[in-house]
Design a protein around this ligand. Structure first.
Ligand code: AMP
Length: 385
């Protein structure tokens, strides 16, 4: 049974005026912590033993004798043998007693089972708890169904390998590194059979995943990840903000495309199939005449989430898109939470976010501004689930 919204709202009613902003220590935790302390809120990172040095050592807050921060932005780190342990009832109790508001990132929704987050994790989440599940491509109700309902263009689905009649991308998890991708591209049923048997043979993918794989049209166009923010605390017409745009650096895809074509063809057959492991991010802006369509797309997404997953999207979300040759976006993935690519603007702010807010506005800072505003106006219960 999903935790009733009223129960979470009641919890924040007892929270202190200065809540602690918490995040799972990976993905976007530095941005979240940096944003929190910039807005005068304490930060907490929940880390896994052996993976805590970034937070507990390199970005740890160091203070002057008088107490002010002179370096770093991670005020506190709690470590656990495994990330999933952070959802243990005793840890939840500790978080509540410290007044922790958890900002969900992909590390949280990947390492803590979704059932636990939905049914057992009695800590207020700043964002949309119910929407975390839509990222799972294998769910019956997922981001594709949401986008279709919102009439946002997505890559055309291809029903079966036999129906592949154009360049297509086959989406399934990696066989062993389950959080990574085992994606491959093919242009015909024959090529599908050849590539998939190679990948099965070399242990990159699994046959049970292949049977469930999503096959879709490969959109030829650059990837633009649109990082939005939605606030329910202002009139609806002012709620949607575009903060910035990022692109991913993917290994070894980016290495492959930097080789001359002749050398690509010299590689062994299996080395020509790129993996799509995200290893970093770059920043982008978008041609200004395209912006209005991007905003319309964001508005449709907000409306669809409010209708189908009330109270709908709260805070940051990313629509990962390719722009086609006419400059129209086609959304191939959604993050209904802070996107990993927002790291590019950590500390310095996003181009559009800065233009809007007249001050450096990263996603982490925007989240903290929202928390501050909600606390100051007695509306914290409206930004948590
Ligand atoms: P994702 O796991 O959805 O973030 O996708 C990983 C990468 O695959 C993206 O960054 C794109 O480079 C690529 N990709 C995914 N879907 C498509 C598509 N339909 N057309 C073109 N590229 C895609």
């Amino acid at each position: 049974m999903p935790i009733p919204l009223a129960e979470i709202r009641a919890l924040v009613g007892q929270y202190p005026r200065t809540p602690v902003v918490g995040a799972v220590g990976s993905h976007s935790a530095i941005d979240i912590a940096d944003g929190a302390v910039t807005e005068g809120l304490p930060s907490l990172v929940l880390a896994q033993e052996g993976r805590e040095a970034t937070y507990a050592r390199y970005f740890r807050t160091l203070r002057y004798h008088a107490g002010g921060r002179h370096r770093g932005c991670v005020d506190d780190v709690w470590t656990f043998p495994r990330f999933a342990d952070l959802a243990a009832p005793a840890v939840q109790e500790r978080m509540r007693s410290h007044g922790v508001l958890l900002v969900p990132n992909r590390a949280f929704s990947s390492y803590v089972p979704l059932e636990t987050i939905e049914n057992e994790f009695r800590v207020p989440i700043v964002g949309s708890r119910a929407l975390l599940r839509i990222e799972e491509r294998t769910e019956r109700e997922n981001y594709y169904t949401l986008l279709a309902g919102a009439q946002i263009p997505t890559p055309r689905a291809i029903a079966s390998p036999e129906a592949i009649d154009r360049l297509a991308i086959v989406k399934l998890p990696h066989a062993t590194r389950r959080l990574e991708r085992g994606f491959f591209t093919v242009a015909s049923p024959q090529e599908f059979r050849k590539r998939s048997s190679q990948l099965l043979e070399n242990g990159t993918i699994r046959s049970d995943d292949l049977a469930q794989a999503r096959i879709e049209e490969y959109v030829l166009g650059p990837v633009f990840n649109f990082n939005f923010f939605f606030s329910p605390l202002v009139p609806r017409a002012e709620g949607l903000e575009l903060l910035g745009v990022d692109e991913r650096r993917e290994s070894d895809l980016d290495g492959l495309v930097r080789l001359p074509a002749a050398q690509q063809l010299e590689l062994p057959e299996t080395a020509r199939i790129p993996s799509y492991t995200v290893v970093g991010h770059g920043t982008l802006t978008v041609r200004e005449s395209i912006l209005e369509e991007i905003f319309r797309m964001g508005e449709k997404f907000v409306d669809a989430t409010r209708e189908r997953y009330p109270p709908g999207i709260l805070g940051p979300f990313t629509l990962q898109s390719c722009l086609d040759k006419d400059g129209h976006p086609v959304v191939f993935d959604v993050a209904a939470r802070i996107g990993g690519g927002t790291n590019v603007h950590l500390g310095v702010g996003h181009p559009y976010g800065n233009a809007l807010w007249r001050t450096p506005m990263s996603t982490g800072r925007r989240i903290a501004v929202e928390i501050r505003h909600a606390v100051d106006t007695g509306r914290l219960s409206e930004v948590v689930t």
